[in-house]
Write a protein that binds this ligand. Structure first.
Ligand code: AMP
Length: 281
């Protein structure tokens, strides 16, 4: 497995792959790898000739300095996992390699970066769009793999690719869960064993809300109950929202015409977690 810390080395390798007509599959991550990340890699491997994984805790997408400081970092273990999975190349730049100067470009995604994660984490999607654009220019992948777990992020990146004409095919991979239903996340490493049990409330909330909305209940009614469920589990609900999967318009009820997604964010102790579920799942 090739390990690149500098952009130039990575680019030379990527160009060699292009010249040899090998299709490059790319999995961008922030490390502290888990099964969910590895599923993305497997999807990339089954569709492409070579795979690149990046590990970079992108400072500009953190709106909270404590969250950045506490973000789990397990580089040695990550590299072992990727090597064992036969990933072809890993890109692990440091912040000065990615941002030699303070970036000035700002993105505006209209409604999409103002709601849900965009509303609760100001500047987050600007940082995501920036780092993904830079990584696409460096890796030059044919395909890039993202998780449904961060569905709003996938929507943002889809818009970015369309508006900036990136020549890359995006793939959205279903969420990998623990047996308990808890969506795998690097941030789960920050949960105590007891909090990990409490954190299943996100999945249980989604399932509960899904059933009630399908019975015709309104989001506002369901949200009140879910808030109470979360409080009883010792967690704090931040949002529970229903959105049209195609344009992310926020909906108050399930409609026959819309393909809907339910999204949730909640604090379990100090740790903020998100999850989502298609209404058809
Ligand atoms: P992160 O390292 O958290 O930035 O995640 C890197 C990529 O892995 C993103 O596209 C995430 O959506 C995806 N991902 C994270 N957790 C999961 C999961 N449980 N299942 C599927 N994809 C995931």
């Amino acid at each position: 497995m090739r390990i690149f810390r500098d952009i130039e080395g990575l680019k030379v390798w990527s160009l060699d792959q292009q010249n040899a007509s090998r299709r490059i599959g790319f999995v961008p991550t922030m490390g502290a790898l888990h099964e969910g990340h590895l599923r993305l890699l497997e999807h990339a491997q089954s569709a492409c000739d070579v795979t690149v994984c990046s590990i970079f805790v992108n400072p500009v997408q953190f709106n909270n300095t404590e969250d950045l400081k506490n973000y789990p970092r397990t580089l040695d273990k990550d590299l072992e996992l990727l090597e064992a999975k036969k990933c072809d190349a890993v890109f692990i730049p440091d912040a000065s390699e990615m941002y030699p100067e303070t970036p000035q470009v700002k993105f505006d995604f209209g409604n999409l970066d103002k709601i849900l994660e965009g509303a609760y984490r100001p500047g987050h999607f600007n940082g995501v769009a920036l780092v993904v654009s830079k990584l696409f220019n460096m890796v030059m992948p044919h395909e890039a793999y993202f998780g449904q777990k961060d569905y709003q992020q996938y929507m943002i990146v889809s818009r970015l690719v369309k508006d900036l004409s990136f020549d890359v095919k995006l793939k959205c991979v279903p969420t990998t869960r623990e047996q308990s239903g808890l969506a795998m996340s690097s941030r789960n490493a920050r949960l105590s064993p007891e909090e990990r049990v409490r954190a299943t409330i996100l999945y249980r909330s989604l399932r509960h809300a899904q059933a009630k909305l399908l019975e015709g209940k309104r989001v506002s009614e369901v949200k009140t109950v879910v808030e109470e469920m979360c409080a009883q589990a010792g967690c704090r609900l931040e949002y529970l929202s229903l959105a049209d999967r195609k344009n992310f318009a926020i909906l108050e009820q399930v409609t026959e015409s819309a393909d809907c997604i339910l999204l949730v964010a909640a604090y379990v102790g100090e740790v903020r977690l998100i999850d989502n579920m298609m209404m058809t799942e």
